[in-house]
Design a protein around this ligand. Structure first.
Ligand code: C5P
Length: 228
């Protein structure tokens, strides 16, 4: 009997991260941020001078990487991302690593190489269940997830949120740059041949534009409880 699996997919900036974190906290579930895993692969490749489209290089790199999550210890939860013993939580969140993650994630060798890790992290959860956040959780990683959501929001709203996050971190990107990066990333993610960004047939599509986060989490939690 496996843990209850909640899949949360959608484009960048649709509110997946915050909603997933809060939903997991509310339900007492583990949380697996799969985008962080792709970001960490992009970072590791960059540090070793491996081109982000070098399938042979990426294929050799993957088995060497020990990617783990650890509790942040901060009030309100959150996770640190560890590469080996090194905390890379901050480095993986820069705009170049966003685009880098999108590039490596289009390589079949990378997607295949990360499937087991994502499933293992979710199933190893001693919690009653796991919330996985990404682009293809409901379609590929856990096609038999117990609850599937696809979060969407207007491009402007999504860029506004990302821009505010980056500003808070001291990143000087302009709103226009964030919007352009995001549209590029969405296009790459939606048009790739393998596991393109799209809602699973049985996903509940939730538009988060102009909706307070709390109300989004309420709606997700209600839907999960109805299926438990
Ligand atoms: O969610 P986040 O913005 O951190 O994801 C970074 C990139 O990783 C995405 O733009 C996407 O290309 C890739 N990704 C993916 N499949 C997932 C999660 C992320 O392809 N399940």
């Amino acid at each position: 009997h496996r843990p209850f699996i909640v899949a949360i997919d959608g484009p960048a900036g649709a509110g997946k991260s915050t909603a997933s974190r809060q939903l997991a906290a509310r339900l007492g579930f583990a949380m697996v941020d799969t985008g962080a895993i792709y970001r960490t692969v992009a970072l590791a490749a960059t540090l070793r001078g491996i081109a982000l489209d070098d399938d042979a290089g990426l294929g050799q790199l993957l088995p060497l990487l020990a990617i783990r999550f650890a509790p942040s210890g901060q009030p309100g939860g959150g996770q640190r991302v560890l590469l080996g013993e090194e905390d890379v939580s901050v480095e993986i969140r820069t705009p170049p690593m966003s685009l880098g993650a999108s590039k490596v994630s289009a390589r079949p060798v990378v997607r295949a190489g990360l499937l087991e890790l994502q499933r293992r992290l979710a199933l190893a959860a001693e919690n009653r269940g796991a919330v996985l956040e990404g682009r293809d959780i409901g379609t590929v990683v856990f096609p038999d997830a117990d609850a599937k959501f696809f979060l969407v929001a207007t491009p402007e709203e999504r860029a506004r949120r990302r821009h505010a996050e980056l500003l808070a971190k001291g990143d000087g990107s302009t709103f226009e740059e964030v919007l352009a990066d995001q549209l590029k990333r969405d296009r790459q993610d939606s048009e790739r041949e393998i596991a393109p960004l799209r809602p699973a047939e049985d996903a509940v599509v939730v538009d988060t534009s102009g909706t307070p986060l709390e109300a989004v989490v309420d709606a997700l939690a209600r839907e999960v409880r109805a299926r438990q």
